[in-house]
Design a protein. Structure first.
Length: 109
Protein backbone atom coordinates (compact mmCIF):
# COMPACT_ATOMS: atom_id res chain seq x y z
CA UNK A 1 0.00 0.00 0.00
CA UNK A 2 2.83 2.53 0.52
CA UNK A 3 3.59 2.28 -3.19
CA UNK A 4 0.00 3.30 -4.00
CA UNK A 5 0.35 6.28 -1.67
CA UNK A 6 3.47 7.40 -3.50
CA UNK A 7 1.72 6.99 -6.84
CA UNK A 8 -1.23 9.07 -5.63
CA UNK A 9 1.15 11.73 -4.35
CA UNK A 10 2.99 11.80 -7.68
CA UNK A 11 -0.31 12.03 -9.56
CA UNK A 12 -1.51 14.84 -7.32
CA UNK A 13 1.71 16.79 -7.77
CA UNK A 14 1.53 16.26 -11.52
CA UNK A 15 -2.03 17.57 -11.68
CA UNK A 16 -1.06 20.51 -9.48
CA UNK A 17 1.86 21.34 -11.78
CA UNK A 18 -0.40 21.02 -14.82
CA UNK A 19 -2.92 23.41 -13.26
CA UNK A 20 -0.17 25.89 -12.40
CA UNK A 21 1.16 25.79 -15.95
CA UNK A 22 -2.29 26.14 -17.49
CA UNK A 23 -2.80 29.41 -15.61
CA UNK A 24 0.43 30.80 -17.03
CA UNK A 25 -0.34 29.51 -20.50
CA UNK A 26 -3.83 30.98 -20.31
CA UNK A 27 -2.38 34.46 -19.82
CA UNK A 28 -1.01 34.40 -23.35
CA UNK A 29 -3.12 35.59 -26.23
CA UNK A 30 -4.07 32.66 -28.41
CA UNK A 31 -5.92 32.85 -31.71
CA UNK A 32 -6.86 29.20 -31.52
CA UNK A 33 -10.58 28.73 -30.88
CA UNK A 34 -10.12 25.03 -30.17
CA UNK A 35 -8.18 25.56 -26.93
CA UNK A 36 -11.33 25.54 -24.79
CA UNK A 37 -12.60 22.39 -26.49
CA UNK A 38 -9.25 20.68 -25.99
CA UNK A 39 -9.29 21.55 -22.30
CA UNK A 40 -12.87 20.25 -21.99
CA UNK A 41 -11.98 16.92 -23.51
CA UNK A 42 -8.80 16.68 -21.44
CA UNK A 43 -10.85 17.30 -18.29
CA UNK A 44 -13.39 14.70 -19.41
CA UNK A 45 -10.62 12.17 -19.97
CA UNK A 46 -9.08 12.84 -16.57
CA UNK A 47 -12.50 12.60 -14.88
CA UNK A 48 -13.21 9.27 -16.57
CA UNK A 49 -9.74 7.89 -15.88
CA UNK A 50 -9.78 8.77 -12.20
CA UNK A 51 -13.44 7.80 -11.90
CA UNK A 52 -12.74 4.32 -13.27
CA UNK A 53 -9.61 3.83 -11.17
CA UNK A 54 -11.42 3.48 -7.82
CA UNK A 55 -14.08 1.00 -8.94
CA UNK A 56 -11.44 -1.09 -10.72
CA UNK A 57 -9.41 -1.42 -7.53
CA UNK A 58 -12.57 -2.11 -5.51
CA UNK A 59 -13.83 -4.80 -7.88
CA UNK A 60 -10.43 -6.49 -7.99
CA UNK A 61 -10.18 -6.49 -4.20
CA UNK A 62 -13.74 -7.76 -3.90
CA UNK A 63 -13.15 -10.59 -6.36
CA UNK A 64 -9.97 -11.62 -4.58
CA UNK A 65 -11.65 -11.72 -1.19
CA UNK A 66 -14.59 -13.67 -2.61
CA UNK A 67 -12.24 -16.29 -4.05
CA UNK A 68 -10.44 -16.44 -0.70
CA UNK A 69 -13.77 -17.01 1.07
CA UNK A 70 -14.73 -19.71 -1.43
CA UNK A 71 -11.42 -21.43 -0.84
CA UNK A 72 -12.08 -21.57 2.89
CA UNK A 73 -15.75 -22.56 2.67
CA UNK A 74 -16.84 -23.97 -0.72
CA UNK A 75 -20.35 -24.77 0.53
CA UNK A 76 -21.11 -21.05 0.86
CA UNK A 77 -20.68 -20.40 -2.87
CA UNK A 78 -24.28 -19.23 -3.42
CA UNK A 79 -24.47 -16.48 -0.79
CA UNK A 80 -20.91 -15.35 -1.46
CA UNK A 81 -21.57 -15.07 -5.18
CA UNK A 82 -24.83 -13.17 -4.61
CA UNK A 83 -23.21 -10.69 -2.25
CA UNK A 84 -20.20 -10.30 -4.54
CA UNK A 85 -22.35 -9.50 -7.58
CA UNK A 86 -24.40 -7.00 -5.57
CA UNK A 87 -21.26 -5.26 -4.29
CA UNK A 88 -19.75 -5.22 -7.80
CA UNK A 89 -22.91 -3.52 -9.07
CA UNK A 90 -22.57 -0.81 -6.42
CA UNK A 91 -18.89 -0.31 -7.23
CA UNK A 92 -19.58 -0.19 -10.97
CA UNK A 93 -22.27 2.46 -10.40
CA UNK A 94 -19.51 4.83 -9.32
CA UNK A 95 -17.73 4.21 -12.62
CA UNK A 96 -20.97 4.90 -14.49
CA UNK A 97 -21.36 8.18 -12.59
CA UNK A 98 -17.83 9.11 -13.69
CA UNK A 99 -18.79 8.31 -17.29
CA UNK A 100 -21.87 10.55 -17.03
CA UNK A 101 -19.77 13.39 -15.59
CA UNK A 102 -17.18 12.97 -18.34
CA UNK A 103 -19.90 13.11 -21.01
CA UNK A 104 -21.38 16.21 -19.39
CA UNK A 105 -17.99 17.91 -19.27
CA UNK A 106 -17.19 17.01 -22.86
CA UNK A 107 -20.43 17.80 -24.60
CA UNK A 108 -22.62 20.03 -22.42
CA UNK A 109 -20.39 22.53 -20.64
Amino acid sequence: MPYLGRAALALGLGVLAWLAMSGVAGAQEVDNVYTADANKFLAAGIAMGLGAFGPAIGIGYLGGKAMEALGRNPEAAGPIQTNMILAIAFAEAIGIYALVVAILIGFVF
